[in-house]
Design a protein around this ligand. Sequence first.
Ligand SMILES: O=c1ccn([C@@H]2O[C@H](COP(=O)(O)O)[C@@H](O)[C@H]2O)c(=O)[nH]1
Length: 302
Amino acid sequence: MQHFGDALIGRVRALGNPVCIGLDPYLDRIPPLFRDGDMSPGNPLTAPAVEAFLKAVLDRADGRVAVVKPQIAFFERMGWRGLRALDEVSAHARKRGMLVLLDAKRGDIGSTADAYAGAYLTADAPMPADAMTLNPYLGRDTLQPYLNAAKDTGRGLFILVKTSNPGSGDYQDLKVGNRSLAETVADSLKAMSGELEGPETGWSSLGIVVGATYPGEAERIREILPKTIFLVPGYGAQGATAADAVKGFVKGPSGLEGGIVSSSRGVLYPAGSDTDSAAAWEQAMDAAIDMAVSELGGAISA
Ligand SMILES: O=c1ccn([C@@H]2O[C@H](COP(=O)(O)O)[C@@H](O)[C@H]2O)c(=O)[nH]1
């Protein structure tokens, strides 16, 4: 059975960069090369066009990137055809050796969490993901069904701790004693993280989300959870730099490690990609991927 934490860290070490490409298909930004019809969410041609676009992105990323993060909202927006496209795109990524981290941010009472875990994480899940994001707001008992599934299947979990958005401080920075709520949540995940530590690298399959836009908080949270992989959004389109993004990383055998840095809009829609020329689009996409790979690869080797 694959252990998600070991598999992810192994691939990042092998490739020398922590890039995670976010798959957020904004319908009005799909390049002309792939568009079909009016690209309205209910148009039956829209989801296949999105699927073709994302598969082409994955082909450009082949051999350069360890993991991709489809954002389920953009697929749900297209109804059942969108979910079918998500399934196809995920299968395409896996065929190219990339892990699939589903950004679904689920969070509900335990009995409903059971159903979500059964959709994405259990051995018989119809839409399997290698890992998924979760919202811990309803309490630790609501994370248990996902933890059970992760133990059974080796899949991974990423719990929201300190998100990248400007309003994340509204609740996450509130003081609980002398710590922020985000740090308190991190502390409460210690035991669960320990239960999923990998036999090869020691890194846990229970990860957390820590925005690149709050590098100081990333350093404090790393002290609380030394073996927990960080999923770091906020680099690129949200303004954080590569140096900010790796603040919570630690020294490993081949450079800094312990996290992946996601970039969605910055990679998917670069300058020059708004074209109906296949060659020009490929060139723009290669340049965008190269930029993320070299900036973030450089930041972990510095
Ligand atoms: O704290 C978080 C958690 C998740 N996200 C997700 O990332 C992408 C946005 O990425 P860009 O690189 O800014 O396009 C989107 O799917 C969010 O839901 C986040 O931004 N912050």
